[in-house]
Design a binder for this molecule. Structure first.
Ligand code: KMT
Ligand code: NI
Length: 178
């Protein structure tokens, strides 16, 4: 997984939006905003993903195929929704099986976008309360395992003045020392 600051240049969300020269984001910076990631080769991934899921209490899972074929008539609407800046009241856990895409997460306290370019074998955990969004890249497809804790709170809350005071958001800010 590569992590870098998003260039904020208006235009196609599927393009890399990497500064020239690139501004890579360090492991230390990801640690500070509590974004976790592991690389688990897709070949024979089951036992390792199962072990991590057990250790972290992820009891349920499903797979999502984000592509025109995979989503059918809700494709455009989903693609648009994924890219709206939002938060969840639970972790967002994704293990990439095939394809690729970009998760953008807000750095705190700068509010800069950090782009996570994910590919097969990447497992990412976005903490509850972090503002983020997702887009396909120019390959236009990604297949991912979505892992859930027991009570999935999957509602996306788009960023507003209300989400700024959501208890999960407030806890997140406390957890990263803001
Ligand atoms: C989400 O919640 O943003 C998604 O599931 C996006 C697709 S998973 C690669
Ligand atoms: Ni989300």
């Amino acid at each position: 997984m590569r992590a870098y600051y998003y260039d904020n240049i208006p235009g196609d969300q599927r393009l890399p939006h990497d500064y020239v020269p690139s501004r890579p984001v360090s492991e230390d910076t990801l640690d500070k905003i509590n974004v976790k990631h592991w690389t688990i080769p897709v070949e024979g991934y089951e036992s390792k993903v199962n072990a991590l899921a057990q250790e972290r209490g992820y009891k349920n899972r499903d797979t999502i195929n984000v592509s025109k074929e995979g989503l059918g008539e809700v494709y455009e609407q989903k693609i648009k929704g994924f890219f709206e800046e939002h938060m969840h009241e639970d972790e967002e856990i994704r293990y990439i099986l095939s394809g690729s895409g970009f998760f953008d997460v807000r750095e705190t306290p700068t509010d800069a976008w950090i782009r996570l370019a994910v590919e097969p074998g990447d497992l990412i955990v976005l903490p509850a309360g972090i503002y983020h969004r997702f887009t396909l890249d120019e390959g236009n497809c990604i297949k991912a395992l979505r892992l859930f804790q027991d009570e999935p709170k999957w509602v996306p809350y788009n960023r507003t003045a209300d989400t700024d005071v959501n208890p999960h958001r407030v806890n997140y800010l406390k957890s990263v020392g803001v």
